[in-house]
Design a binder for this molecule. Structure first.
Ligand code: DC
Length: 229
């Protein structure tokens, strides 16, 4: 196990990874890596620069030199691409779908690897994504794979988007989610799947509080005296 503790939280879209990771990191006072946001920012810039999605080398070069900054100074997470605040823009469904397309490219994943590993800093890191436990932090002391039924996940995302004033159809959302799951799970490079040493946690029907407290219990079992026990 690495000296700087890492909790790797992987799983499909809408499984609650983002909310759970943010809350666990906040309670523990640890750093947070929202790796999906990196893929979303790459996708946004690819679109802005009208780069062809088939041009793997150009997208990898862009990912390598990406000028992205995660800012939590004011107590809320803001994401900057160069000097533009893209926090809201990258959360759109279109950007999620585009992110899932750039994420199939091996050279793009490789270009983002070191950048993600630099988030491992004291006192600890909660890393949220698809390949945190399998590829980026294979030595993570605690690996969790969150799942929930596709209906429940689509329902959660629908509620989230509605709360932000973004109108979508639940049916389209469910279909896009199922497509995205398929693309993320079937890609040859770092496919979405639970690694053998991950705790698989089905959150269907569970409250955020229940999931967070279970993760915190596992963390304090893994790092007694170090992780909020
Ligand atoms: O978690 P998210 O919805 O923000 O992720 C957007 C897309 O990025 C998702 O469809 C797959 C991809 N992704 C990935 O391939 N690997 C990661 N570690 C994180 C996200």
């Amino acid at each position: 196990m690495s000296l700087i503790p890492v909790i790797a939280i992987d799983g499909p879209g809408g499984s609650g990874k983002g909310t759970i990771s943010r809350e666990v990191a906040r309670i523990l006072g640890w750093h947070l890596l929202d790796s999906g946001a990196l893929y979303r920012v790459v996708a946004l810039q690819v679109r802005q620069e009208s780069i062809d999605l088939a041009d793997e080398a150009a997208i990898a070069a862009l990912a390598q030199s990406l000028d992205v900054r995660f800012d939590t100074a004011a107590g809320e997470e803001r994401i900057w691409l160069q000097d533009v605040d893209v926090t809201a823009e990258i959360r759109s469904e279109a950007c999620g779908v585009a992110a899932s397309r750039v994420a199939v490219l091996g050279a793009v994943r490789a270009a983002l690897t070191e950048r993600q590993r630099r988030f491992q800093q004291l006192p600890g890191l909660v890393a949220d994504g698809r390949d945190m436990g399998s590829v980026i932090f294979p030595d993570a002391g605690l690996k969790i794979f969150l799942t929930a039924s596709v209906d429940e996940r689509a329902g959660r995302r629908y509620k989230q988007l509605n709360e932000k004033g973004i109108s979508v159809s639940l049916r389209t959302l469910r279909r896009d989610m199922a497509d995205r799951d398929k693309r993320d799970s079937e890609r040859p490079v770092a496919p979405l799947r639970a690694c053998s040493d991950a705790k698989v946690f089905d959150t269907t029907g569970l409250s955020i509080e229940k999931v967070v407290s279970t993760v915190l219990d596992w963390a304090s079992d893994t790092w007694p005296g170090q992780a909020a026990d």
